[in-house]
Design a protein around this ligand. Structure first.
Ligand code: 0O2
Length: 232
């Protein structure tokens, strides 16, 4: 009798786990479908395009003021669905569309890479004072680098989107970094970030040390630029 009762309990537990897995699968499927739907993708693309247009204007203005090219490159991406799911899990959120749009600010992302490290603050300030996009959040990983050694300024800008009778704000993560910070981040992306390289003894520590070395060279090049400018 007791054995049968135990078996029934085990079957019920297995059924609950199975149901939970099924629900998780369906939620993730719905999340994928929603994120891949044309209206959603086009909304994020619209917000990216607005931010890119702003940054091109900012670059033209700063380039004119400083008589040298300020932004070296601009790039953008809509976050991959797999990356969205992983980030939701990391944040202890359900993998639902509602959770994704309400908790993730980097589904739409734009990156501005400047030649010199002082220019990133000029670009950030120019973004901050824009009247038609709203600054929602700001993180300065240059003043306080991440544990990994990662450096960049992250601004979350809310881009207003009016369509039909609906009105909403689409968040876009703007990463602003110097050419040298970008060099480190790109190599880190290849080697450590999102990989288990951190488990290899000293890899993370070494990578962090190189971030410091690169930051020192970045500052030395800035000093050099300033000295050259004084000669003019
Ligand atoms: P993808 O989709 O691969 O491009 P929050 O969003 O508020 O939780 P934060 O710090 O703004 O906080 O965001 P998060 O998730 O830590 O990092 C956002 C992005 O910054 C990452 O996007 C990377 O582009 C970059 N990043 C952050 N930390 C590191 C790092 O240690 N090394 C490198 N190379 N890049 C980093 P994803 O996740 O790559 O998104």
């Amino acid at each position: 009798m007791a054995k049968k009762g135990k078996e029934i309990k085990e079957i019920r537990t297995a059924q609950i786990i199975l149901k939970r897995e099924e629900n998780k699968y369906l939620e993730e499927k719905r999340l994928r479908e929603k994120l891949e739907s044309p209206m959603i993708r086009l909304s994020y693309q619209y917000a990216i395009d607005v931010v890119l247009a702003k940054l091109r204007l900012i670059n033209a203005d700063l380039t004119e003021q400083n008589e040298r090219q300020v932004i070296r490159s601009l790039s953008s991406r809509i976050k991959e669905v797999d990356s969205i799911c992983k980030k939701l899990v990391k944040k202890n959120c359900d993998a639902t569309f509602e959770a994704a749009v309400s908790t993730l600010n980097d589904i739409a992302g734009v990156r501005a890479v400047c030649y010199f490290c002082d220019d990133i603050y000029r670009v950030a300030e120019a973004v901050r004072i824009q009247k038609d996009i709203r600054l929602l959040k700001e993180k300065d990983y240059v003043k306080s680098p991440k544990k990994s050694g990662y450096q960049s300024i992250h601004l979350i800008a809310g881009v207003p989107l009016t369509y039909g009778y609906t009105e909403r704000e689409v968040p876009v993560e703007i990463q602003i970094r110097s050419f040298a910070m970008d060099f480190w981040a790109e190599l880190d992306n290849q080697m450590c970030y999102k990989k288990s390289a951190g488990e290899i003894e000293n890899v993370e520590k070494e990578s962090r040390n190189y971030s410091d070395v690169i930051a020192k060279v970045d500052n030395k090049m800035l000093e050099l630029r300033k000295r050259i400018a004084e000669l003019d």
